[in-house]
Design a protein around this ligand. Sequence first.
Ligand code: GDP
Ligand code: IMO
Ligand code: MG
Length: 472
Amino acid sequence: MTVTIVGAQLGDEGKGGIVDVFGESADVVARYQGGDNAGHTVVHGGETYKLSLVPSGAVRGKVGVLGNGCVVNPATLFDELDDLHEQGLDPDVRVAERAHVIMPYHRILDNLEEDVRSDDDLKVGTTGRGIGPTYEDKAGRRGVRVGDLLDAEVLRDRLEYVIPQKRRLIEEVYEIDLDAVDLAFDGFTAAEAFDTDAVLEQYRAYGERLDEEGMTVVAGEFLADSIDDGEQVMLEGAQGTLLDIDHGNFPYVTSSNPTAGYAATGSGLGVTTVGDGEVVGVVKGYLSRVGTGPMPTELGPSEGGHGVDAGEQSAATGSDPTPEDLASYIREEGGEYGTVTGRPRRVGWLDLPMLRHAARASGFTGFAVNHVDVLAGLETVKVGDSYELDGEKIETIPSTTERWADCEPTFRSFDGWPEADWSAVAAEGYEALPENARTYLEYVAEQIDTPLYAVGLGPEREQTVVLEHPFE
Ligand code: GDP
Ligand code: IMO
Ligand code: MG
């Protein structure tokens, strides 16, 4: 059977950790969308593994597959595999021949387009990994697929068509002199990224390595065969529902579909196969956001950096904290700082209209709530229960981003719960959780009409309470 893991909010909900917990019973873990814009964390044996492309199951010896719906940067893939080898692991990762390849010019374009958009205040805050431009070329039928890297002639044909077009886009539409662009990615300067021969040579070499290491597969066949052989397949979503290009808050989204429907399209398995399995939504007990876009339940501004002092921290646990106190408390406790830039992430209370939308869009059969430990110590924990928009109460999110930004949340307050030895609580099981935390969790489950499968009380597998295991 399959179990699909989907982010219910804005990414970074702790999907990697949940894949690790439930993936224990899986033989294969496949990604079906996105690329190295993801950052999934697995903590195991005292080591923290940050994976952006390799499926999280690889840390525990599962076969990893990057499905046809992914966009693959071979430079990242090989760097990540080499790093894992250095950490003593020997991951078995296969890549779909139908997956599209992130080329160096995609990364340059992603970054230049963000600059262009920022002039009009339309910056998305992308990860700069070339995700959008690669999916654009896929839809525009001018992309390069992993299978094309295996054939030098086909690769040359593709590049000779696309690179001059991209060069003209930059030079004639954006009116940017490529030689003056001070950006370099994956060993290519901006000018080299648009040099057909230089790109051909490096990407041909990547193709040879993929081929020599027997890494390329027809993902759908590979996964269907695994299922026919009685194996368990986990489908690991990246990003989150509100970053979905169809169901998210466009245009502040990524360029793929993290929601569960794409688990079929992006893996090559039939919808009936995916639908016969389980779909588990992953929820962070509050909200965090790294990019631009509305966030009705946001708490305070996200200025400043690390180093909130103890006084400010304790203000949040008092009886009348300001939104800013609460934001900095949650940010510090949850380590909500960008992994690359160290920038503080925006934080807010849990948003139920968002979760109702996510549960419907993906058809969650169960859900997990992480970071319940992070909220400990607060006197009151709130959830955005519904919104008020134009004097009316609404329970899900409106379809336009501008209307969503106009929504005023109505909050429900819960009594907080104290700090605890979370590993000990997790070892004892759900009933050992503080009663107020259970009240909060059960309210969320009731509101989204979905059973609670797991509760995260810390980053490690042993700090997660499992109420129901989707593979069992
Ligand atoms: P993903 O992108 O959804 O896989 O999530 P990330 O790995 O980007 O971010 C989640 C962060 O929170 C990681 O540092 C995890 O190790 C950590 N984490 C996951 N679950 C929990 C939890 O229940 N409690 C705490 N305190 N941290 C968690
Ligand atoms: P994981 O899988 C959080 C955000 C970016 C930006 C928008 C578009 O770790 O949850 P992109 O580079 O994809 O074109 O950027 O999406 N974003 C994420 N935010 N977690 C992620 O992945 C993200 N992947 C992309 O910050 O707002
Ligand atoms: Mg992440």
